[in-house]
Design a protein around this ligand. Sequence first.
Ligand code: SF4
Length: 409
Amino acid sequence: MGEHRRPDDSSRSRTAEGHEDRTDTLFGLEDLRSGPIRSPAGSPGSPVGPLFRDSPAARRLLSVREIHAEPAAAASPRGQEIIARFPRARIIDVDSHWRIPQLHGNAGNLERWVRIKSEVLVLGEKKTLATRPNGRSADWIAAGPANGCAMACAYCYVPRRKGYANPITVFTNIEAIIAHLARHVARQGPKQEANQCDPKAWVYDIGENSDCSVDALISGNVADLVNAFAHWPTAKASFATKFVNPDLLLLDPRGRTRIRFSVMPPQDSRLLDLRTSPVQERIAAAADFLEAGYEVHFNLSPVVVRPGWEADWGLLLEHMDDVLPRAVKDQAAAEVITLTHNRDLHELNLAWHPRAEDVLWRPDLQQAKRSENGSWNVRYRTSEKAEAVGSLQRLIAAHAPWLRVRYAF
Ligand code: SF4
């Protein structure tokens, strides 16, 4: 490992503390130019104000001080753009984004994890470009723009392969990812039969291993993907998110990106969804995203069975019915996903956030099954799950009958 050179950039200045700082548009409009820019009002090319990703709120989530980078990733245009975006960060060469022992793993408490998630980025190249079939939420799981997440949900499965403390790895070879997807989309041709994913378009989940709204705080990768799908008439991108990033409203998805706001009763979210946007904020953002040209769906997930859960989901659905405009309701659909937990994660959570385990770990309702990687996943027993899904569907019918359930799992 060693220090890596930063891009030569004459527009950098120095702060009073001697740190390099930037006050220009380096991570302003320039970054999003890879995707079409427009003002929130919708007039193409008109100037936009300061971007959210430069705001104190965004900096609280991501305040990068170290960038661990594969040399080729650091030298790539996207890598250079990200390095320039965080001028105070120390650049450290690594052989592989998969093997950084001091970052990956589960040791330490949440405080340390949060610091790593917030202060460290990894840059790497995605070597294996594969898109695999899904058929539930999306037709395909696409090669995504990143893996890892700056948020810290107590039930998250995303970091399963690098450990729960891992920071975001940004894949800098986005052109190769998009070229791979373009070939995949072309090979499918038009969708011949409607299915639960979409009646007409092949749906590609681009956020299986990260939260794209947070990824868009870091680089133009998500903008590039949204822009690419905007030009593919037979396909649609899709990603679930727990974060409201208003900068995404400046893109022009032309109806070909589906954003799925994940929602759960606010009291569950406050206990389990650490560092995410409040649920009410996610719901309130739906109309703006629809207006900006996204398709807006909801993930009712995870459904956590605990005393009083049905009453609280009823209130949440009533709230959605009260505040969402007709236009959002007319196109909305939902996925219902009951909690999947994991035995290792349970042990880990007991050490730093045991209150979460009071509701996540319910051996009286759950059964364990060994997963492909050898760990024990825990799900509600078939009968308990069927009962929970049935209850939630009745609540939807009673409080939000406009909300079509695309699938329940
Ligand atoms: S927002 Fe999603 S990816 Fe991020 S920690 Fe939560 S569940 Fe995991």
